[in-house]
Design a protein around this ligand. Structure first.
Ligand SMILES: [Zn+2]
Length: 388
């Protein structure tokens, strides 16, 4: 059985989906730049999680959004003098191609923010009707004082939250007359750039609204797993939780397991588009196989920050080659109950310790094993970890 760390409860708990199909929502990309290793690492964690469940016969429905309208896309489009739609489409195609080459188990639903505006407006309406939102000249705002659990996911003090908000790009667009600085925009009235009509005036949805609306529409409420980068815990996931739980009457928790992937770093700083501090997937794939890059990115536990290291990447290529030599050829077999197989699976079942699973796989692959065991290990290496 899989045990998975849940950010909200700050502990590792058995994963038991609420219904026959496990539901998983992952916050996806804002397509305005090329896929870097930090994105790839994050999405590969959910790829392995899904593959692990599916290999055991668990049905999974996986949704991941594409934030194709966002202040950063608009800024980049203006800088490059291209249309924001064309920029978004081009970068999304590039992202999907990069991830396809990495053998990504594609989400069952890839909803786009611009195509879900009616669902977002409906959700905003519902929050207003239930007394969780109020209107200002600048738009519609969520009133965090109506949601007593606000802050339970991130466990941050209001002071710390304010400091984080101060460093956020789109927070400067917020109406200064809102009741609390922690109140966040559900809808912003704007006149410049792309806008949509709503009962709250023409404008654009707040960033957090899309994920609450899309997870509802594509997976239902509540969901089993919600994932994303650890930088999303506050404000994004905290605000999503408030919106989703408030819209559904506050009794039921939105998410069973919150799974957050620590950042990828380069030269000690977080790899990020906004800072231009990146190593791209497509550049790396020029002289690294997809299997080796997967092995590299899975070789640090997902809750630990990962410092990019070229030497380690070169070693990952050698390790992937050695695995291909020892396990590469031959039939795939059912996942067996033998000690070697259970050793590898045990590491994955313990909060997805892929790096331990890979080392166990390497250790056992060097030994002289029964053909059924070899076929079983081959299945895990190829179908679950995707490193063969
Ligand atoms: Zn999101």
């Amino acid at each position: 059985m899989l045990w998975l760390y849940d950010t909200r409860r700050r502990g590792t708990f058995a994963f038991q989906p609420r219904t026959r199909t496990a539901t998983m929502y992952v916050c996806g990309v804002t397509p305005y730049d090329t896929t870097h290793l930090g994105h790839a690492r994050t999405f590969l964690v959910f790829d392995v999680l899904t593959r692990l469940l599916e290999t055991r016969g668990q049905r999974v429905r996986y949704a991941q959004n594409v934030t194709d309208i966002d202040e950063s896309i608009l800024q980049r489009a203006a800088r490059d003098k291209v249309s924001w739609r064309a920029l978004g489409r081009r970068e999304e195609r590039a992202f999907l191609e990069d991830m396809r080459r990495l053998g990504w188990r594609k989400p069952d639903a890839l909803p786009h923010a611009t195509r879900e505006i009616p669902a977002m407006i409906k959700l905003a309406d519902r929050l207003k009707l239930r007394g969780h939102a109020y209107e200002l000249p600048g738009g519609l705002y969520f009133d965090v004082s109506t949601f007593p659990r606000f802050g339970r996911l991130s466990r941050l003090s209001p002071q710390k939250m304010r400091r984080i908000l101060g460093a956020q790009d789109d927070a400067r667009l917020d109406d200064p007359s809102r009741r609390s600085p922690l109140d966040f925009a559900l809808w912003r009235r704007v006149i410049e750039g792309p806008t949509w009509p709503s009962h709250f005036g023409r404008g654009r949805p707040g960033w957090h609204l899309e994920c609450s609306a899309m997870s509802d529409r594509h997976l239902g409420f509540p969901i089993d797993i919600h994932g994303g980068g650890s930088d999303l815990v506050y404000p994004h996931h905290e605000c999503e939780t408030a919106q989703s739980e408030a819209a559904h009457g506050m009794r039921t928790r939105f998410v069973g397991h919150w799974v957050h992937v620590a950042p990828m770093r380069l030269g000690g700083a977080k790899m990020s588009k906004s800072d231009g501090n990146m190593v791209f997937v497509r550049d790396t794939l020029k002289n690294t196989s997809p299997q080796a890059l997967r092995l590299y990115l899975l070789d640090v536990h997902y809750r630990r920050a990962f410092d990019h290291d070229e030497e380690r990447l070169a070693r990952a290529s050698k390790r992937a080659e050695a695995l291909a030599k020892s396990l590469g050829r031959g039939r795939l077999g059912p996942v067996e109950n033998d000690a070697s197989t259970q050793d590898v699976l045990g590491a994955l079942d313990d909060d997805l310790h892929a790096e331990r699973a890979i080392r166990a796989l390497e250790r056992h692959a060097r030994r002289d094993l029964a053909p059924d065991t070899v076929a079983s290990l081959r299945t895990i290496a190829r179908k679950v970890l995707g490193i063969l």
